[in-house]
Design a protein around this ligand. Structure first.
Ligand code: DGL
Length: 277
C-alpha cells in the first residue's frame, strides 16, 4: 500500500456553489485531499466592488496555501472574473479559475460563430470576462445579470414557485434582448457556481419560452480541466477515494445542511474559519 502523502487541492467559493465543482472533482482526482473554503459570512461577492472581492478572495487563497495546498481551484465565477490575477500574484501555487473552462464548454457546445447567453452575477457581467474568453473561441456571448438567483439558491429554494417566476422574468428579458430566433442563443452558460442547482428549472423555463438552447454547467468542465492541468487524466484504478474537509466563515450548521445538496453527499464536519472582516 502506498504511504505517499495525499496531494492537497484547495477549492474556494464565496459560499456553497463551489461545492458543485468539488462534487465533480472528487471522482476525477482519486487519492487527493480537498480543502474547501466557503466564505459564507461575506457572501454575496456578486454585488461587491473589484477591490473588495479581490481582498476577500486573496485571504481565502492564502489560507488554503498555508494549509499545504499544491494547487487552487477558484470555484467562484465572480472571484475568477474579478480577482484571478490578484490571487495568482498572492500565492505561489497554480491557480485555476472557472471562466476559461466555461468558455471552452460554450465553444464545444456551439462551435465557431455560435451564440451563447451567460447568466451570472452583476460583478461577473460588469467585468466582461465571459465575453472576452468566449471571443477567443469566436463565440459571441451576451452576459446577463441575474442577481436574485444566488440568495434564492442559498435559501435552498431550488424547486420553488418564486424561483421559477424569477427565472421566467429574467430569461424572457434576456431572450428579448438577444433578438429574434436567428440571433437567439444556442446555449445558456451557467456563469455562477450556484446555478447548477437550478439547472432543471432553467431548462424548463427556456422550453416554456420556446428556446431550444442547451444549458451548460461548467462545474464538470472545470473539474476535467483541473484534472488535466494537474496531470490526473488517467487516474490509478487502485487509488483510494478522494477525501475532503470543509471550512465556512459563517454558521457551520447551515453549511453542513445546505451544502450537502450541492455536494450530493453528507458533509459530516464543517470547521468555522475566521478570515477577519
Ligand atoms: N459563487 C459566486 C459565483 O460563482 C456567486 C455567489 C456570490 O455572489 O457570492 O459567481
Amino acid at each position: 500500500m502506498s504511504t505517499a502523502p495525499r496531494p492537497i487541492i484547495g477549492v474556494f467559493d464565496s459560499g456553497f456553489g463551489g461545492l458543485t465543482v468539488l462534487r465533480a472533482l472528487l471522482p476525477l482526482i482519486p487519492g487527493a485531499h480537498f480543502i474547501y473554503v466557503g466564505d459564507t459570512a461575506r457572501l454575496p461577492y456578486g454585488a461587491k466592488s473589484r477591490a473588495t472581492i479581490a481582498r476577500y478572495a486573496v485571504e481565502s487563497a492564502r489560507f488554503l496555501a498555508a494549509q499545504g495546498a499544491s494547487a487552487l481551484v477558484i470555484a467562484c465565477n465572480t472571484a475568477t472574473a474579478l480577482a484571478l490575477e490578484d490571487i495568482r500574484a498572492a500565492v505561489s501555487i497554480p491557480v485555476i479559475g472557472v471562466v476559461e473552462p466555461g468558455a471552452i464548454a460554450a465553444y464545444r457546445a456551439v462551435g465557431h460563430k455560435g451564440r451563447v447567453l451567460v447568466l451570472a452575477t452583476a460583478a461577473t457581467v460588469a467585468s466582461g470576462a465571459y465575453r472576452a474568453d468566449c471571443a477567443r473561441f469566436q463565440v459571441e456571448a451576451t452576459e446577463f445579470a441575474t442577481p436574485l438567483l444566488v440568495p434564492l439558491v442559498e435559501e435552498g429554494w431550488t424547486d420553488h414557485p418564486v424561483t421559477r417566476e424569477v427565472l421566467r422574468i429574467y430569461l424572457a428579458e434576456a431572450l428579448c434582448l438577444m433578438g429574434p430566433a436567428h440571433t437567439s442563443p444556442q446555449a445558456v452558460v451557467l456563469g455562477c457556481t450556484h446555478y447548477p442547482l437550478i439547472a432543471d428549472p432553467i431548462r424548463d423555463t427556456l422550453r416554456s419560452l420556446n428556446s431550444s438552447a442547451t444549458v451548460i454547467d461548467s462545474a464538470e468542465t472545470t473539474a476535467r480541466y483541473t484534472a488535466h492541468m494537474l496531470g490526473h487524466i488517467n487516474p490509478q484504478p487502485d487509488a483510494p477515494d478522494a477525501t475532503f474537509r470543509c471550512y465556512a466563515t459563517d454558521s457551520v450548521e447551515k453549511f453542513a445542511r445546505l451544502g450537502s445538496a450541492f455536494l450530493g453527499q453528507p458533509i459530516p464536519e464543517v470547521t468555522l474559519l475566521d478570515l477577519g472582516g
